[in-house]
Write a protein that binds this ligand. Structure first.
Ligand code: DAH
Length: 339
């Protein structure tokens, strides 16, 4: 009996399996109920007592070996199987899904591109600023409400360090560091201590514009802004300038564009006025030029500032500002553009 077991052990050792049928053959021959090993167990009762222990151990060894061998064969067949079936080399690759730019970036890039065509370059300034660049150099009187804690996020007091509330601060930095002619725009983030709602946010984006040279006039400002409005909202767009007040410009104005949704007839977006306010502007106050080291006897300039969210809302008819900050891909996916 021992010899038979040893013979079977040798047989199983040498057994090779190349297919599922051969594997099944192995199983039937050695491991099934009617297989060799079961038969050995059947014959075990006839083994003389003196060698029962030794024979029992040998049968168990054989059984364990055959089972391991079977498992190995099975695993290697499965591996070979999955490799050959999944590697379909003729299959097309997954297309890479293209993202879309954030609408605020799109509108910012479009604004930059429009002003580039008029010869404006781009400058940037810091978001964390001092009182001088945000307020004092821009003629804000000490008691001006914009300086109030209610509007401004202060980081330090005395001397005041704060988050800029407008990109007009970059005007000051550029005038302090560059000589006229200056023809530049300044896009960037600004911060105001406001409750978040559909129409207001504590973080938003502005683009500021500045042109300082000899003989810059209000007519130049109007012409520049009209070009911008038509490029941004369409050739049929009309503009309207209303007198206004800003500490750093004199005279100052606010600009409306004819409502691109109803074409000026009146709708709920323009509140039935036919006009939409989009920016503030004016001639740079000579005081501001002087404070920034530019000779106001020789040079004049105009400036303007607009909110990117506001323009994006009008362009894309988005009614809730908060959508721009939530990063919901269902919203963002809708914006595809050349910019
Ligand atoms: N800084 C102003 C604001 O945040 C916008 C503005 C108005 C900018 C008039 C200008 C300007 O350059 O001339 O509301």
């Amino acid at each position: 009996m021992i010899d038979k077991i040893k013979g079977l052990l040798k047989e199983t050792e040498e057994f090779r399996v190349k297919s599922a049928e051969e594997l099944e053959h192995f199983r039937l021959k050695y491991l099934s109920k009617k297989g060799e090993i079961s038969q050995l167990f059947g014959d075990f009762k006839n083994v003389p007592n003196e060698i029962k222990k030794e024979v029992g151990q040998e049968i168990n060894k054989l059984k364990q070996f055959a089972q391991e061998k079977f498992d190995q064969f099975k695993e290697s067949l499965e591996d070979a199987d999955s490799e050959s079936s999944s590697a379909d080399l003729t299959r097309q690759g997954e297309p890479i899904e293209l993202g879309s730019r954030h609408p605020i970036s799109l509108v910012r890039n479009e604004i930059i591109s429009i002003f580039n065509r008029l010869g404006f370059n781009v400058n940037e300034g810091p978001e964390i600023e001092d009182d001088w660049h945000v307020f004092s150099a821009l003629n804000f009187p000490p008691e001006h409400p914009a300086r109030d804690m209610q509007d401004t996020f202060f980081i330090e007091k005395d001397p005041d360090i704060l988050l800029r509330t407008h990109t007009s601060s970059v005007q000051v930095r550029v005038m302090e560091n560059q000589k006229p002619p200056i023809r530049s725009i300044f896009p960037g983030r600004v911060f105001r201590n406001e409750a978040i709602s559909a129409r207001a946010h504590c973080i938003f984006h502005q683009v500021e514009g500045l042109y300082v040279a000899e003989n810059v006039s209000f007519a130049d400002l109007k012409q520049t802004l009209m070009y911008f409005a038509k490029e941004m909202f369409g050739e049929q767009t009309q503009i309207r300038l209303r007198p206004s007040y800003f500490p750093f410009t004199e005279p100052s104005a606010e600009m409306d564009v004819s409502c691109s949704i109803c074409g000026g007839k009146g709708c709920n977006v323009c509140k039935y006025t036919g006009w939409l306010e989009i920016l503030g502007c004016g001639m740079v106050d000579p005081n501001v030029l002087d404070k920034c080291g530019i000779d106001s006897e020789k040079y004049t300039g105009f400036a303007f500032g607009m909110g990117i969210e506001r323009i994006a809302m009008l362009k894309y008819q988005v009614k809730d500002l908060r959508l721009y900050f939530e990063n919901d891909v269902r919203f963002l996916k809708q914006f595809k553009s050349a910019y």
